[in-house]
Design a protein around this ligand. Structure first.
Ligand code: KG4
Ligand code: ZN
Length: 342
C-alpha cells in the first residue's frame, strides 16, 4: 500500500511517501528563520507559511519517491494535537487530494506517529513496550500494548521538556530553535557545575515537572550576569544533565513497574546526544532494550504519520471528509470528528 503522509501540527510542513514500513521519501520544510526573531513559534505565521509551501512539499515527496499521485492508495494526515491553524493546512490539503484521487484519507494522532517512528527504526520492536514521548509540547510515558490505545502512565504537570530547552536557550541568549543550541553549548560545559533540581525524579509515580527547573536556571543566569562563554556552557550542561536525568530515572522506574524490557524514546528531544548516551548506559546496567529513531525521525516528520496511517488503512480504518483537527485530543480518541471534550 502506497501512502502519502502530511504533517503540519507545529512549525514544520512535512510530506512523505511510505510503502508499509519502507520510507520512500521524507521531506521536511522547517520555519526556524520565520520564528527566530520571536524566540518561539508564532502560530499565525506558522499556518501562513504552511499554506505557502504545502503543495510544493507534497509534490517533492512524490517526486523523490518516484510515485505519481494516481498510484497512491491513501492519504494520512496529522489530525491533532497541535496548533489548530497549522493542523488545518495539512488536513485540508490531504482531504482535498484524497477526494480528487478517490482514495481514503485517515487522521493520525501526532503522538502515535512519534511512537511508530521507533518501530520504523527497529522493525522487530513489537509491543508491549514503554514509550517515552518527549517533544516541545509533550513529556509523557506510555505503556504501548499490542492492542488498543497506548496507556498513559504519567505526563508533565506543567512545561514539556522540549519547551524547557527552548526557554533556557532564550535565557542564555542562544539561537532558536533552542534544544539543539543548548545541547551544542553544553558540550563545552561541566554538567556537574551547578546542582539544578531534578523535579519529581525521586518521587513515586510517572509525572514530570519542568517549570521549577526552568526557574532555577533563570535565577542562576541572573546571579551570573553578565554571562561569560564559560557560564553559558556550564549552565547549559548542568541544565541538560538535570533535564535528561529525570527522563532516564522515570523511564527506568516505568520499565521496572510495568515489568517490561523494551523502551522507545521518541519526539524531538530524543535527538539529544546526552540523553541517548545516558539512556544507553541505563539500558546496559538494567538490561533493557532501548530504541531511538534516527534524529530525522525524532523531530516532526511525515514518514511517521504515513506509516501510522498506513496501518490504519490496512485495517480498513478511514475517515470521512468531515475529519477535523483538534488542538488537544487524548491518544485513544476516535473518531476524529467528535473527540471527547472538544
Ligand atoms: O517533536 P518535535 O519536532 O515537535 C513537537 O512535536 O513539539 O520536538 C521539538 C522539540 C523542541 O522543543 C526542540 O528544542 C527539541 O524538540 N529538540 C531538542 C533537540 N532537538 C530538538 N532538545 C534537546 N536536544 C536536542 N538535540
Ligand atoms: Zn512532534
Amino acid at each position: 500500500m502506497l501512502v502519502l503522509g502530511v504533517e503540519s501540527s507545529c512549525d514544520e510542513m512535512a510530506a512523505a511517501v511510505v510503502r508499509g514500513r519502507d520510507v520512500l521519501s521524507s521531506v521536511v520544510h522547517g520555519q526556524a528563520d520565520v520564528h527566530a526573531p520571536y524566540g518561539g513559534v508564532v502560530p499565525e505565521l506558522a499556518s501562513r507559511d504552511h499554506t505557502r509551501c504545502v503543495y510544493t512539499v507534497a509534490a517533492r515527496a512524490l517526486e523523490e519517491a518516484s510515485v505519481a499521485p494516481d498510484q497512491l492508495d491513501g492519504v494520512a494526515v496529522t489530525a491533532g494535537p497541535g496548533l489548530v491553524g497549522s493542523l488545518l493546512v495539512g488536513l485540508s490539503f490531504g482531504k482535498a487530494l484524497a477526494y480528487r484521487l478517490g482514495v481514503p484519507v485517515v487522521g493520525v494522532h501526532h503522538l502515535i506517529g512519534h511512537l511508530v517512528a521507533a518501530e520504523l527504526e527497529a522493525p522487530d520492536l513489537r509491543p508491549p513496550y514503554v514509550g517515552l514521548v518527549i517533544s516541545g509540547g509533550h513529556t509523557a510515558l506510555y505503556r504501548v500494548a499490542p492492542q488498543g490505545a497506548p496507556q498513559l502512565l504519567g505526563q508533565t504537570r506543567d512545561d514539556a521538556v522540549g519547551e524547557a530547552f527552548d526557554k533556557v536557550a532564550v535565557l542564555l541568549g542562544l539561537p532558536y530553535p533552542g534544544g539543539p543550541a543548548v545541547s551544542r553549548a553544553a558540550e563545552a560545559g561541566d554538567p556537574e557545575a551547578i546542582a539544578f533540581p531534578r523535579p519529581l525524579a525521586e518521587r513515586a509515580g510517572f509525572d514530570f515537572s519542568y517549570s521549577g527547573l526552568k526557574t532555577a536556571v533563570a535565577l542562576e543566569v541572573e546571579r551570573r550576569t553578565p554571562l561569560a562563554e564559560a557560564d553559558v556552557a556550564d549552565v547549559a550542561a548542568s541544565f541538560e544533565a538535570a533535564a535528561t536525568g529525570v527522563l532516564v530515572a522515570k523511564a527506568r522506574a516505568a520499565l521496572a513497574s510495568e515489568g517490561l524490557g523494551q523502551l522507545a524514546v521518541v519526539g524531538g528531544v530524543a535527538a539529544n546526544r546526552r540523553l541517548r548516551s545516558e539512556m544507553a548506559r541505563a539500558a546496559c546496567e538494567d538490561g533493557f532494550r532501548v530504541v531511538f529513531p534516527p534524529a530525522a525521525l525524532c523531530t516532526d516528520n511525515a514518514a511517521m504519520i504515513a506509516a501510522a496511517g498506513s496501518r490504519l488503512l490496512e485495517r480498513g480504518e478511514a475517515h470521512g471528509l468531515d475529519l477535523n483537527s483538534f488542538s488537544r485530543v487524548p491518544i485513544g480518541a476516535t473518531p476524529w470528528t467528535s473527540p471527547p471534550g472538544e
